[in-house]
Design a protein around this ligand. Structure first.
Ligand code: ADP
Length: 249
């Protein structure tokens, strides 16, 4: 079976010369749920933006990023974005319609499906994220946590095979976190989750990739990596409390 995500020697430099990614390679098999860890500025967001072509390689469509075997190229963007749902770090970057229902409907409407089907997906995904009845609320008056859930509903409404999440729990309260994790567990998509929430990584992701200075410094079993204090300290992370009594073998 083809890998859901395949990244080969991906490099990216911003206009000001910052080398954000310096030769990143990894692959995710269908159905995997993988945590992307690393300190601030290590390149996590930059990597995620590449996965649905928001930061295409400038100089050549060289196939550094493939989704289900297909290279992410300018001509393929519409098809790629149908397969890869990206939840931005900041919900305000993602929401732009006046009401919740319009925002959730925006993605699936690009796919040429019927208005009935769109309405059904809006109802289903709002219920899934715990926002049933929010259809006509003004997005800009919602709380941060609610905005984030609207964003997730909008992504889920597109029914992506690959879900890419940038710091999804960073501003949720404990109950919000719990609900969010339960929700993610129910979604069968292949998932790559950039996060500082190491407990979530342990609970949801059997595998983790650690990025630092634009390079992968570790890729393996989450329990093993997070239990490795020297590795954690060297890359600005810390062994989570729930692993304090766990000794990796
Ligand atoms: P992370 O998500 O791990 O915090 P980022 O991908 O946001 O890391 O950033 C990686 C590097 O690229 C950092 O050095 C950051 O300062 C830089 N960077 C991010 N966005 C931009 C940008 N738009 N222009 C220039 N440099 C950027």
């Amino acid at each position: 079976m083809k890998n859901s995500i395949e990244v080969t020697n991906l490099k990216y430099r911003y206009h000001d010369g910052t080398e954000a990614l310096r030769g990143v390679s990894f692959a995710l098999a269908p159905g995997e749920c993988v945590a992307l860890l690393g300190p601030n500025g290590s390149g996590k967001s930059t990597l995620l933006l590449h996965l649905n072509g928001l930061l295409p390689e400038k100089h050549s469509a060289n196939g550094a990023v493939r989704i289900h075997g297909e290279p992410v190229t300018t001509e393929k963007l519409a098809a790629i974005r149908r397969q890869v749902g990206l939840l931005f770090q900041d919900p305000d970057d993602q929401l732009f319609c006046p009401t919740v229902a319009e925002d959730v409907a925006f993605g699936p409407r690009q796919f040429g499906i019927s208005e009935n089907e769109i309405a059904a997906r809006v109802q289903k995904t709002l219920a899934q994220v715990g926002l049933a009845g929010f259809d006509h609320r003004a997005t800009h008056h919602l709380s941060h946590g609610e905005k984030r859930r609207v964003c997730l509903a909008g992504v889920l409404a597109c029914e992506p095979a690959v879900l890419v999440l940038d710091e999804p729990t960073s501003d949720l309260d404990p109950r919000g976190r719990r609900e969010f994790k339960a929700l993610l567990r129910e979604i069968p998509a292949t998932k790559l989750i950039a996060t500082h929430d190491l407990e979530m990584a342990v609970e949801l992701c059997p595998r983790a990739i650690v990025l630092d200075h634009g390079q992968i410094v570790a890729d393996g079993r989450t329990m093993q990596l997070l239990g490795d204090e020297a590795l954690m300290l060297a890359h600005g992370l810390e062994k989570p409390h729930i692993l304090w009594h766990h000794h990796p073998h």
